[in-house]
Write a protein that binds this ligand. Sequence first.
Ligand code: ADP
Ligand code: MG
Length: 343
Amino acid sequence: MGLFDFFQSDIAIDLGTANTLIISKDKVVVDEPSIIAIDKNTNKVLAIGRDAMQMHEKTHENIKTIRPLKDGVIADFHAAEHMIRGMIKMMDKGKKSFLPASHRMIICIPSGITEVEKRAVRDSAEHAGAKEVYMIHEPIAAAIGIGIDIDQPVGSMVVDIGGGTTEIAVIALSGIVCDQSIRVAGDSFNKDILDYMRRQHNLLIGERTAEKVKIEVGSALTELDDDAPEDYEIRGRDLMTGIPKVIKTSYSEIAFAIDKSVSKIEEAVLKALEISPPELSADIYDNGIYLTGGGAMLRGLDKRLSMKTKLPIHIAEDPLRAVVRGTGMALKNLNQYKAVLMT
Ligand code: ADP
Ligand code: MG
């Protein structure tokens, strides 16, 4: 490592609604929930990422937790900037340099982003210390991360189910041929579970408990042949008595609770297939559909989609990291991927 490297480092950022990941020198150096906690009186940042998540929904009136991204785009600029800066700092920690490192950054952005939103991402990155900022569309980054040869004249369909949005894109010749984006994804499942527990069991639960339930016993199918999880105990507050209580739930019940949201994702996939040019449809018929993003890990989702579309469904390896992996590969081979980078 030369002296120059000591001060300069290139980083790839996946700024997601749910999670922010940073790759530097081929390694994931930051993987944290996209959330910060601030002191309401002084506006000072109290915690970022996992530490802030610990505080979420447990705060008193002087502390506020903020998720700066909503529906895939920056909803709170101030908070987003603090978050990016804080996460870069986490990465620089341990390196004893008296000058702040300057970074070349690639950040991925949702395919449907507006010019104004793009500017916001760039500004946040620059304020956070970036010297040069490149942007790449998320579905392209996901495809690179999955290992698809994006520059071939062959169509590939990528479905990225994140926290706030599900993005479906057909990619060929290094570009997005058509895409669909819906605001139904991981957060919607959590909300469905929360609503269902209140309605059906008079049980009030928080977002984090809903998330836990989804991960422990979430399912897209009411009947799973293999990998069916055991019943799970949910703790919350009884709406009638106000006293904490516990109920047991099963994956079938959760599949029922989130069924409508899963159907919306199914419909969006069908719609994307419908608007694909026929020559690319033929490719998708042969190669199937690639699922990525944390939502790809929902039990039975691959099977449900394959029953609906009659196509092979592949879950990306380590789906929470496919996008940042692809962004990192683009960073490493800036020249090769010039066509898909925006400055
Ligand atoms: P984003 O890119 O929007 O930050 P991610 O790709 O990081 O989103 O995915 C986060 C979402 O994936 C969250 O809603 C999270 O609850 C969900 N998720 C993570 N693991 C699982 C799992 N095992 N089963 C179902 N959903 C999951
Ligand atoms: Mg994402």
